[in-house]
Structure formats: structure tokens, C-alpha cells
Ligand binder design. Structure first.
Ligand SMILES: [Mn+2]
Length: 318
């Protein structure tokens, strides 16, 4: 029986895939992301497909629901996700054809671990905890209770090694990430992966350098701290957070100009604003798209729409 795991390539996605791989030892692991999910799903041929941590975009939602329904005739499909379900489809529609496990305010890693916990070694809970921390979803009751069973400090060392370590080029390839998934699935830890601790140290050094850069170059647009274009790619979240920090604002944005559009990364400090909704609403109003999580979100907008976008974003948070 051929099993394929389709997951996201960030910390939560890797950990979700590792939990699935702990259960389905012979599974092949592939990585995808919301924009390419539909195509990747269509080209996946397997008897069982496990999907984790992949958001459904509004644009592709109907086609994805359709594809899932068609594929479910010949394959068992399990889908674990914690992103907002776009309003053009319903959870019910999805769960009619596939096992669709959805949660809010929990990581995908937690959802998939809870589903398989009786069928995999008890220590694989570590992977779920790493995924939860990686996605800032470690305050769920399940995770808080489990964290108390272990030495948190050791777990934080391991999860930091994973989150920071994969920020380096050396671990950016899907092959390197597949190795990480396999290592975690067999019960080893991120620090067991050759080179990952060193890579994490390099990343954290660059992160502190980044803070110095943001401190010098951040600006305030209305009530939002903003940093435009970074010397390094891959540190957009921390840069947005640092922009909020140094500008003493609740919300920070990192704006990255790419050709004719701008990629926006949003983070917040102490604010109840839901950044995913804010990004979605403000970006769509200017002809872009946005989404993500309440405390970590992003958008892509046309370059010439920046002023209007910033105006709407400011209006949204006040
Ligand atoms: Mn996630």
C-alpha cells in the first residue's frame, strides 16, 4: 500500500510529516505550499494520502474540494489542518469525502499527533510539541499539559535547533528536510542531525545582526512599525516583530519588494488583532491576497498599492 505524505516545509509541517511517518513507516514525503497545493495534489498517485499543515486558498478551494472528492474514490485521504477554511467551501463539504481534522488555535502537529497517538511510541509527543512551539500554538491545553511531563528546557533547545537550523541554505532543500522528517520519525532529535546545531547557531547570530539592522532602518507608518527589504531572506517574521518592537507599535510589517509586487510579513506584540484576517481583507481590497495565522500572517500586494494598503491596515487596527 503506497502512502504519500504532503506537508508544509516549515517547523510545524516537518513535525506533522514526522508524526505521520512514525505511523506510516514506508510513506514517501513531499512538501508543498498553498499556492502549489492544487497541482501537487492532482499529481499525487497513492493508496493513502496524508495531508498536513497546508492551507486552502480561496482561489483554489472549490477545485481542491473537487480533487479530494475524486481522489477519495481510489485512495484513503487524511487531512490535518489549522488554517482558516475559506468561505467558498465548508468543513462539512471536505469531511464528506476525506477524513478532515481541523482545529483552531492548535498546531497541525498537535492535530495529527492526537489522531495517531495510540498507534505510535509515546515519546513521539516531542515532535508534536516542537511543531506547536514552531507555530506559536503551544498554549493549547493539550500542549501545556504534555510540556509539563518533560524537561521544557531540553525541549526548547531541540525546537530552537530545528526552527533556526532550517533557516540556513544547507537545510533549505526538500531532500535535507526529508532527512529531518525521517530522523524525527524514528525517535531521534533535531540535535542528532549532523550540522543542524551549527546551522542554528549561525542563524541566531544573523538574527541578532538583523535586529541591529531593523533598529537602524525601521520606520513608523501610522500605528505600524515597518521595515522594507532585508539583507537576508528567510528572516521576515523576526524582522516584522523587531520593527514593532523598536517602533513601539503593536503590529510590525516586513515589506519585501519582488518585481511588480510586494510580499508582506506581519507579526504582532500584544494585540488582539487577528493578523490573518487583517492581511486578507486589506490585501484583497487592493487586488492582492493574504492569510496565515492570527499572530503570524502574510500577504502579497501589487507594488503600486502600498500606500492604500498601509492606509487600510492602519484603519483595520484602530
Ligand atoms: Mn502550521
Amino acid at each position: 500500500m503506497k502512502t504519500v505524505i504532503l506537508s508544509h516545509a516549515d517547523c510545524d509541517g516537518l513535525c506533522s510529516a514526522a508524526v505521520a511517518k512514525a505511523k506510516f513507516r514506508d510513506a514517501e514525503v513531499f512538501f508543498t505550499k498553498p499556492v502549489s497545493f492544487l497541482g501537487d495534489l492532482q499529481s499525487t498517485e497513492a493508496d493513502r494520502i496524508v495531508i498536513a499543515d497546508i492551507a486552502i486558498t480561496r482561489k483554489d478551494a472549490k477545485s481542491i474540494a473537487d480533487t479530494l472528492r475524486k481522489k477519495s474514490a481510489s485512495a484513503e485521504i487524511l487531512y490535518f489542518d489549522h488554517h482558516i477554511v475559506p468561505d467558498v467551501i465548508t468543513e462539512k463539504e471536505l469531511s464528506a469525502s476525506v477524513t478532515y481534522i481541523h482545529g483552531k488555535d492548535v498546531s497541525a502537529s498537535e492535530l495529527i499527533y492526537r489522531h495517531f497517538q495510540k498507534e505510535i511510541p509515546k515519546e513521539r509527543i516531542w515532535i508534536a510539541l516542537y511543531g506547536a512551539i514552531g507555530d506559536y500554538e503551544d498554549d493549547s491545553p493539550f500542549v501545556q499539559e504534555r510540556l509539563a511531563n518533560w524537561d521544557k528546557r531540553a525541549l526548547y533547545f531541540e525546537v530552537s535547533t530545528l526552527i533556526l537550523g532550517i533557516k540556513n541554505k544547507e537545510f533549505a532543500t526538500y531532500d535535507a528536510k526529508r532527512d529531518i522528517v525521517e530522523t524525527l520519525a524514528i525517535g531521534k532529535n533535531p540535535s542528532d542531525i549532523p550540522g543542524l546545531v551549527r546551522s542554528a547557531k549561525q542563524a541566531v547570530t544573523r538574527e541578532f545582526e538583523l535586529y541591529e539592522f531593523v533598529k537602524k532602518h525601521a520606520e513608523k507608518i501610522g500605528k505600524i512599525g515597518v521595515i522594507i527589504n532585508l539583507p537576508h531572506f528567510g528572516f521576515r517574521g523576526p524582522a516584522a516583530l523587531f520593527a514593532a518592537n523598536v517602533m513601539k507599535t503593536d503590529v510590525g510589517l516586513m515589506l519585501n519588494e519582488r518585481g511588480e509586487h510586494i510580499d508582506v510579513t506581519a507579526r504582532k506584540r500584544n494585540s488582539s488583532v487577528e493578523l490573518n484576517r487583517m492581511m486578507e481583507e486589506c490585501a484583497e481590497a487592493v487586488g492582492g491576497s493574504g492569510g496565515g495565522h492570527a499572530s503570524a500572517a502574510g500577504a502579497r500586494i501589487p507594488k503600486n498599492a502600498l500606500d492604500k494598503f498601509m492606509h487600510l491596515a492602519n484603519k483595520y487596527i484602530s
